[in-house]
Write a protein that binds this ligand. Structure first.
Ligand SMILES: Nc1ncnc2c1ncn2[C@@H]1O[C@H](COP(=O)(O)OP(=O)(O)OP(=O)(O)O)[C@@H](O)[C@H]1O
Ligand SMILES: [Mg+2]
Length: 473
């Protein structure tokens, strides 16, 4: 059962709220002063505190908030305030109150706010624990990800790490092919021996052969001395053949022999050199398709494709997105000596729905650039680069038109009779209208409405409008 602590100097009101909450299934303790409330809070565990803001004698609601935060008591606080003291409510929010309700309040709204506060605080706590556990458990040897697809990958990596088998890693650009190749090597019995990467696409074909196999002095113009190739350098270790799909046909044949026989000659040499090398190859191209159309030798393909590790693109394992963001925020904040930031719920929604064509590399780069560009510790939608902002089909755009219709309807005066509800709706409609006129500039909108900018911001927050329809000034 959820336990709520009420701090309210108006005893009649305190008992009334207590009664109402008990009826709704909460366990309630009512106290009639800040001091009494704090005393009980130190002794017992509550899921939520509902405190009056203005209590003339002794400790005020603000003091209660300060004390809770100073003694690091983990409990969400909702403050109750009279309409006249909304500015103090703003102050309360700054001190860490979850939300505020104005007197006289609507019981249903209060219950909704309470439930939301309890839920959010539960999620926060769970998240913190989960994150810690995940970091320990599921960051598998430096690889971040907890999606079922990644967990399967970890299992596979574990299985093949202590073998010598050839591995073909496939996956789009930026999915972590090289990272996984290194992980396999550094968890294999060859870990103490070299890991030698060769990028088959980056080196011109004419040079690649000597790069791989080395050359003898005088083998070709410019070969002034004997050179050891990557195959030899990788002896007893792992040779990582990156972008293998881009390999020239003539080299494909030579590579096949070297892998198969574990021997080769240097360019211009006659001595056969024997090596003991584990091969890991990677490509972002469809090797099977290349084989079908005759661009890649099928015997080489089968030789490489002993165990295939396919890394799924990020958009197919979206549950890893928050984890990776979190990981890189941590990394870069340490590296750059900056405070870590958080994404607003709306910004996160955009990140979760984005297609991530550049996969983890793109995500990493995003976090790095935000760390440099964004001041403060919250990243809003407006801080994200253009490409994240296409929201043509998002439910958000629908909600905006709904609101406009709603506004239209209200101002025609066909609404219900309940005064509080109607006033609230009219207030909301007017605020929206002012924002529209002011083209989203809050200070202008506040002027049009004849209220302070801070008051407007607080109202927007309360109405859940703080992220949309407005621009940061
Ligand atoms: N699961 C992961 N956890 C943490 N970091 C990751 C993960 N996957 C990829 N990265 C990071 O993303 C970046 C890109 O990874 P990597 O270079 O291995 O990708 P790739 O598949 O080889 O890309 P390309 O095809 O473009 O060469 C690197 O900084 C890497 O550390
Ligand atoms: Mg790579």
């Amino acid at each position: 059962m959820q336990r709520i602590l009420i701090i309210e100097d108006d005893q009649t009101l305190a008992d009334y709220i207590s009664l109402v909450l008990k009826e709704r299934g909460f366990e309630v303790a009512a106290t009639y002063s800040g001091a009494q409330g704090l005393e009980l809070l130190r002794k017992e565990k509550f899921h939520l505190v509902l405190t009056d803001l203005v209590m003339p004698c002794g400790i005020s609601g603000l003091d209660v908030l300060k004390e809770i935060s100073a003694s690091k008591i983990d409990v969400p606080v909702i403050v109750v305030t009279a309409f006249a003291s909304v500015d103090t409510a703003v102050e309360a929010m700054k001190l860490g109150a979850f939300d505020y309700v104005t007197k006289p309040f609507n019981v249903d709204e209060l219950i909704i706010t309470i439930n939301r506060a309890i839920e959010v605080s539960r999620l926060k706590r769970e998240n913190a624990i989960l994150r810690e556990e995940l970091r320990k458990k599921y960051s598998f040897k430096g690889l971040i990800g907890i999606s079922p697809k990644m967990l399967k990958l970890y299992e596979l990596i574990e299985k093949i790490s202590d073998t010598d088998c050839t591995v073909l890693i496939t996956g789009e650009s930026g999915t972590g092919k090289e990272l996984i190749a290194r992980t396999i090597h550094f968890n294999s019995p060859r870990a103490q021996k070299p890991f030698i990467p060769v990028n088959c696409a980056a080196i011109p074909a004419s040079l690649l052969e000597s790069e791989l196999f080395g050359h003898e002095k005088g083998a070709f113009t410019g070969a002034f001395s004997t050179r050891i190739g990557r195959f030899e350098l990788a002896n007893h270790g792992t040779l990582f053949l990156d972008e293998i799909g881009d390999l020239e046909p003539s080299l494909q044949a030579k590579l096949l022999r070297a892998i198969q026989e574990k021997e080769f000659e240097r360019v211009g040499g006659i001595k056969t050199i024997k090596v003991d090398v584990r091969i890991i190859a990677a490509t972002n191209r469809d090797l099977e398709e290349l084989t079908r159309i005759g661009k890649f030798r099928d015997d080489l393909f089968y030789r490489l494709n002993v165990v295939q590790i396919h890394i799924p693109p990020l958009r197919e394992r979206r549950e890893d997105i928050p984890l990776l963001l979190d990981y890189y925020i941590n990394e870069f904040s340490k590296k750059m000596k900056r405070n870590p930031f958080e994404f607003t719920a709306e910004a996160m929604e955009h990140l979760m729905n984005y297609s991530w064509p550049g996969n983890v590399r793109e995500l990493r780069n995003l976090v790095e650039s935000l760390m440099i560009l964004v001041r403060g510790n919250r990243v809003n939608v407006s801080d994200l680069p253009e490409r994240f902002l296409t929201r043509s089909q998002s439910p958000e755009s629908l909600r905006i038109t709904e609101r406009e219709e709603f506004e239209h309807y209200l101002l025609q005066g066909k609404d219900e009779i309940n005064l509080e509800k109607t006033l609230y709706r009219i207030e909301k409609a007017l605020i929206l209208r002012a924002l529209k006129k002011a083209k989203g500039t809050k200070s202008k909108a506040a002027k049009l409405l004849g209220i302070k900018r801070t008051t407007l911001i607080e109202k927007l927050k309360r109405m859940g409008l703080d992220q949309e329809n407005t621009e940061n000034e």
